[in-house]
Write a protein that binds this ligand. Structure first.
Ligand code: AHG
Ligand code: MN
Ligand code: MN
Length: 303
């Protein structure tokens, strides 16, 4: 079943169907083409988080901004690659936040990368939480181009096929409460935090299979598609709130995980309840199998 048909059948509001079923798929197809043609040279600029931008980051960002502006139903948008809000059409129903190309530094070594989107009702993001998202999704530019999305009626996977359409491949993905895989991000934090070192050793001792690529999107996609696992990216002395951004990465991922029966915290508190205080705020993240996310929270309390 084609993506838009699936969304319409699920009873999703018409404009949201259009945004999730046509506009974002259109943008990610163009980003994939750009990834194929571009090398990973630096753009010579930095993003709002002070990270060096690749030409690919800037181009992917422009593709999304152009597609959302052409769609016309976006009042404002925010990007990991831009300092402030981009004004769209006054009175339009949606505010869209996105990481246009996550893991861009992995393109040059030909590892999978992704794009991440969160959809809010139009209006000021400050004071909202990830719970207010109407929908979220990510694209995986891997051996195939897949799109994993939720409109808060479960989490589903679609794949781009030869004639350029996205078709439903997996309906109602489910993450089991028990984990069999681990994706331990920011292991440098284990060098100074005995609790994180102990937690990662515990995952090893319990025989979990390591599945970590350094790309948040493929790493969490693995948990959703295998139906089990935990992804972690804690803070540490150099970056107490970690590296990943609440708005552009963690809240969209948390919604997809919870809609698949998993959970997501910042180590202690539910991620979707974290208040947005500024566009580029960072947060530690533990996401995946609910029992394991809880276990990790207790383990970290012993730090
Ligand atoms: P981005 O490329 O959008 O800046 O983010 C990459 C992120 C995420 O994909 C991954 O989990 C994390 O960076 C890895 O961070 P380290 O390089 O610090 O390990
Ligand atoms: Mn990112
Ligand atoms: Mn990025």
């Amino acid at each position: 079943m084609k993506i838009k048909e699936f969304l319409e059948k699920s009873g999703c509001e018409k404009n949201l169907c259009e945004l999730m079923g046509r506009v974002i798929p259109q943008a990610i197809k163009k980003i994939r083409e750009t990834i194929q043609s571009q090398s990973g040279e630096l753009a010579g600029s930095k993003n709002a988080s002070g990270e060096k931008q690749l030409a690919l980051d800037v181009q992917s960002n422009q593709i999304v901004v152009d597609e959302l502006k052409a769609f016309g139903l976006v009042e404002s948008m925010a990007s990991e690659e831009l300092e402030g809000l981009v004004e769209g059409k006054k009175g339009a129903p949606f505010t869209v936040v996105f990481d246009p190309l996550d893991g861009s530094s992995l393109v040059d070594v030909n590892l999978a990368v992704g794009s991440i989107f969160g959809i809010y009702p139009a209006g000021n993001l400050i004071g909202k939480t990830g719970e207010d998202q109407l929908a979220s999704c990510f694209a995986v530019y891997g051996s195939r181009l897949t799109l994993v999305l939720t409109v808060k009626k479960g989490t589903h996977e679609f794949r781009l096929n030869a004639n350029g359409d996205f078709y439903l491949t997996k309906e109602n993905l489910q993450i089991a409460p028990q984990s069999k895989y681990f994706a331990p991000g920011n292991l440098r934090a284990a060098a100074e935090s005995d609790a994180y070192l102990k937690l990662t050793n515990d995952w090893i001792k319990r025989g979990f299979t390591l599945r970590y690529s350094g790309g948040m999107v493929p790493d969490i996609n693995h948990i959703l598609l295998k139906g089990s696992g935990i992804f972690s990216y804690p803070g540490y002395s150099k970056a107490p709130r970690g590296k990943l951004r609440l708005l552009f990465e963690c809240a969209p991922m948390a919604l997809l995980a919870e809609q698949a029966g998993g959970s997501a915290t910042d180590g202690q508190n539910r991620l979707l309840s974290q208040k947005i205080t500024e566009l580029h705020q960072r947060t530690p993240i533990f996401v995946g199998s609910s029992e394991e996310v809880k276990h990790a929270g207790f383990a970290l309390l012993k730090s």
